[in-house]
Design a protein around this ligand. Structure first.
Ligand code: ASP
Length: 440
């Protein structure tokens, strides 16, 4: 068995966290490939190394003084080195080199940001007594900046015979040799790519929570941890606001059917959450038919009415074309015989509403246009919902009893996702009502 274990920033925020990580790695010889993030926050209000690095890069490219944020980065790494007795790593000279590169004003933003993971991996490799393999030697992007999985898999052949190796997350190399990072939180993607390239049987993603909650704990404090969730369910839930893993980290392992196991570095004894292929989800892993509930505020609904609208095939097409012109994507587009509604994200339509309204009026000539803002969408997700009688009845009874009226309903064709739109002021109430109807 081979396991790839990725540790997030909070798992590596100081020397004590390093010790916990090392104990976890040593406890299981299957954990052969250790992917690390940059040190994260030690307490609320603290700063992540990556944020500090981005700040240094911005100041340096504006030719301003970056010594204050760089000093904080230096202190953090030096204190981990000192507290763990790793002076042989010579993190000081490595920091000097980065500072010098910043000083020239020519170090790219991606290169600077990647140094958090790079230095962290150097320290972890020394602490574990295992080699570090630079992500620049493994993760390959093509000319357009997209991951080149084939080249990456070939490069990862060098890991094959290593009993233990430490790899920095978050970045890789372009064909011209320059460093490129993934988007924020991208060490999750590195972990997933490595797991796939080494044919791991499991991708462990170590973080600071016991697993995924069935609902946002700020709204439902008693929300349970999901024991297992499918890749598809997780994508639906993350899209609607649930966040623990980087969205894109699902793809490499999903294709290879490698399960992801989300675990807590501070409580390794907790069961965590398994993210698996739909076919391997078992009934006993579920507290009912619903995997979880997630929602987001900040949507606007535009409803157009026109007699016999359903017989005008170009109507929806023209509407989508108008939206496309403004770079707006429709979240959802439920329709009736004489009406069509489009749900839009407020951030997409900011400052564009007047023009949009004008174009809809002149190009589509609807009888009426109704605009409702301050809408929240709530997704109730679970494969078990499909073909289960009474799911919608249960959901709407719960909303009714909570005094919440739904403004819009949308069910995905696979019936694993039922989305309701409610007034934003009813958002929390609605989430709690749905949670108690399905998860308690
Ligand atoms: N250090 C990077 C960030 O803060 C990447 C990661 O932690 O996954 O976004």
């Amino acid at each position: 068995m081979i396991k790839t274990a990725k540790f997030g920033g909070s798992s590596l925020s100081d020397a004590t966290q390093f010790q916990k990580v090392a104990a976890i790695v040593r406890a299981d010889s299957d954990r052969r490939f250790v992917v690390v993030s940059a040190p994260g926050k030690r307490f609320s209000g603290d700063e992540k190394i990556t944020d500090l690095l981005y700040r240094c890069a911005a100041l340096a490219s504006a030719r301003e003084d970056f010594s204050a944020p760089f000093g904080r980065i230096r202190d953090r790494f030096l204190s981990i080195e000192r507290d763990l007795g790793l002076e042989q790593v010579h993190i000081g000279p490595a920091l000097d080199e980065i500072e010098a590169a910043l000083g020239t004003g020519r170090a790219t933003r991606d290169f600077v940001a990647s140094r958090g993971e790079y230095l962290c991996a150097r320290l972890m490799s020394a602490y574990l007594g295992a080699p570090m393999v630079d992500a620049a030697d493994l993760i390959r992007f093509d000319e357009s900046g997209k991951l080149d999985m084939m080249a990456t898999e070939c490069a990862c052949a060098l890991l094959r015979d290593m009993p233990l190796a430490v790899i920095p997350g978050f970045y890789g190399v372009m064909p011209d040799g320059s460093i490129r990072t993934f988007s924020r939180g991208g060490s999750d993607i590195t972990g997933s790519i490595i797991a796939r390239a080494v044919h791991a049987s499991e991708y462990e993603n170590w973080t600071d929570v016991d697993g995924f909650m069935m609902a946002d704990p700020r709204i439902v404090p008693e929300a349970r941890i999901m024991h297992a969730v499918s890749y598809t369910e997780l994508r639906e839930l993350s899209y609607m606001g649930a966040s623990v893993l980087h969205e894109e980290s699902i793809f490499p392992v999903r294709e290879a059917r490698i399960p992801i196991h989300v675990r807590n570095t501070n409580r390794p004894e907790a069961g965590g959450t398994w993210i698996v292929n739909e076919g391997t989800l078992m009934k006993e892993h579920r507290h009912g038919i619903v995997a979880g509930i997630a929602g987001r505020r900040g949507f606007t609904m535009i409803t157009l009415t026109k007699d016999n609208l359903h017989k005008q095939p170009g109507f929806a097409y023209t509407l989508l074309k108008i939206l496309d012109r403004h770079d707006i994507t429709a979240e959802s587009m439920p329709s009736g015989i004489d009406n069509l509604t489009v749900i839009l994200n407020d951030t997409d339509i900011q400052g564009k509403m007047d023009q949009l309204y004008h174009e809809i009026r002149t190009e589509l000539k609807p009888d009426t246009v109704e605009i409702a803002s301050s809408i929240a969408l709530i997704a109730t997700v679970g494969h078990g919902m499909a073909r289960t009688l009474g799911v919608a009845a249960r959901l709407f009874t719960a909303l009714h009893e909570a005094g919440v009226s739904s403004r819009i309903i949308d069910q995905s064709p696979k019936e694993m996702n039922l989305i309701v739109g409610v007034d934003q002021r009813d958002f929390e109430n609605a989430v709690r009502a749905i949670y108690s109807a399905f998860c308690e």
